[in-house]
Write a new protein. Sequence first.
Length: 397
Amino acid sequence: MKKELLDIGTWNVNTMLKAGKMQETEDQIVGSQIQIVALQETRWRGYGLLKKDKYSIYYSCNPNTTGQAGTGFIIQKSAMNKILGFEPISDRICKLSVKGTFYNMTLINIYAPTEDKEVKIKEQFYEELQRTQDRVPKHDVTIILGDKNAKSGKEKVFSQVVCHHTLHNISNRNGEMVANYAISNDMFLISANFQHKKIHIGTWTSPDHQTINQTDHVMVTKEKMRLIHDVRSKRGYNCDSDNFLVQIKIKQKLITVKNKQIQKHKWDRQLLNHKEKINKYQKNIQTKLQEIEKETDINQDWQNLKQMILEAAKEFKLSKDAKNANHWWDDECKRAVQEKNEARGKCLIRKTRANLDIYQQKRIKPNRICRRKKKEWIERKLKEINETNRKKDTRKF
């Protein structure tokens, strides 16, 4: 049984609709070594699972339109076998269940209404959050994380749920609602429980980098507070968002969920017209058939034959390799993003007007490059489709 410690995170990415935004976010999270990250403001449509080579994304967004709210979880490949299940609730709430050694964990990812929203909308949101939490199994460790758009202060009336290490002195209306929710559910605002520098407590920065607020919070049931080892902002990671990546270190150990999956092989049917390669493949199969030892067990015979066919196909590259769907994302895009991140790093170290101006200029460049590259790639694909349709080559569809 494999055991390991768990690092999770939360990040408001502002949007995932921009060209190159998913690739940029992927590079940052994979580099951070954080296994599970709750995302807010993805702004996609619908809900589901998106699988990639290095990670997978569960998302829960507006079912009818793009550009509004949206939540989800990005999970690194090494942690996918620890996941018990995912439940999309709404475009502001979703839930992920993780297998633990002694306790299973339920992560509830939320994107709360902003301070200027009507009180009725906020009350409806917290009512839905309460119904979601009420359905969590009794013995699970419940962790509510995400962008609560709340400033939690140091008022004595909230001292039972908010520690004095919070960044703000006075709570705003959203902060009061978060504190009241924590009190009614016997939870604690654990993100305000650790003493760090101000730059490592704040989770949001203004465009001029002069104002820092702590609006992303983590809540946990009081009886499980000791499982949370640390919560802090990771300013070095950037996905062109005004929110910082927040890392949560959990002392809970995980175990692998037993879930047997059959590996599927996709065959490149276009190579069937390549006579020279097919002939070599057939001769290779005949040679291997002569070398194979006959078994008394018919099932073992079939396994040997199957393995031989797959090995021969792999040798002659008749099966399709997993490819990145975004073929337009190339070295030029990566260099532009890297230059932007380097400029941002200098701006965080020295908040001068010159560094800020350079960073703003560097932000524009990767957006333009990614839009152009994606547009050119789409135009090429459309030409290929039209040409294939003209030739009536339906196999390529």
